[in-house]
Design a protein around this ligand. Sequence first.
Ligand code: KG4
Ligand code: ZN
Length: 340
Amino acid sequence: MICLGIETSCDETAAAVVRDGREILSDVVRTQVELHRVFGGVVPEVACRAHAEAIGPVVESALAEAGIGADGIDLVAVANRPGLIGALLIGVSAAKALAWALGKPIVGVDHIDAHIYANRLAHADFDWPCIGLVVSGGHTSLSFARGPAENERLGATRDDAAGEAFDKVAKILGLPYPGGPEIDRLARTGNPRAVEMPRLDDGGPDFSFSGVKTAVLYRWRGQNLGKGKKPKADAAPPRVEDLAAAFQEAVVDALVSKTLRAAKERGARSVAIGGGVACNSRLREKMQAGCAAAGVRLFYPPPRLCTDNAAMIAGLGSALAAAGQLSDLELDAFPSRAGV
Ligand code: KG4
Ligand code: ZN
């Protein structure tokens, strides 16, 4: 089964060709990051226009790189939820037009489930069930995944997504967008214990990152709002490396402890992570150590398959088709996971 995947949920226009849900024949990603950098974040209208311009050439490149013509495709898979609605609609419209013109089946794919599926493309020995943690610029989701598209939601963020928190903190610290990789880099030379940060694990499965973001803002302004301490407007701000390291450590600790608790509660033998923040070196390091101590296997994809891509969409689409879960030309796009 040769599947063409299409992904336009945020700021990457992507198309890929995958054979039998496992073998990547091509994987084309055209990022819009330069367009959004001047705004310090993704502007939905700018994203839609760029997707509309790029989708045709990106699909053509994916087919050319795979060495097949459009008539060599057996299935069209498209991310239709969750994401920026206008952006998703560009991909869904293109996928429907292709499926109709070629007379091939179409399948709508949940983008978050696809981030977990990326591990299947990267590791021959990855399998379900697992605890899935998806941490990206738009989403933070903890789930118990019984199969490729059988996810029981355990937790999500109550405010910012993990990557959004990295990007906003980077903005406070005057670092370029996207801020996650910048903080990751700076934190390597920082001391996380040099600055006090709120602990983010409340014992439950949901996440909240807005408190730590505010703590960074105050500390950067030179105000010490630590417990029992009076604000001092004239206190010297900490070193940017130390602040970056302290923030990252607080976020990583919460992600690791909540994921491991979920694994213990569900008796899961493996943990799979995905999304752009799964590139974070400290998260990988601490999750690896935590999983090893708990006797749980950790899977994460290479960076290219962590960030948004269409290979994971084609992969999961193939698995859905194999399970008989096809869509039709009534397929719609939805901003949320629930399909509303
Ligand atoms: O999955 P992705 O490409 O897009 C969304 O679906 O949102 O993830 C992008 C996010 C951005 O917020 C970026 O700052 C973050 O992933 N990111 C990182 C790292 N690399 C990318 N965050 C922390 N550390 C990194 N090394
Ligand atoms: Zn994503």
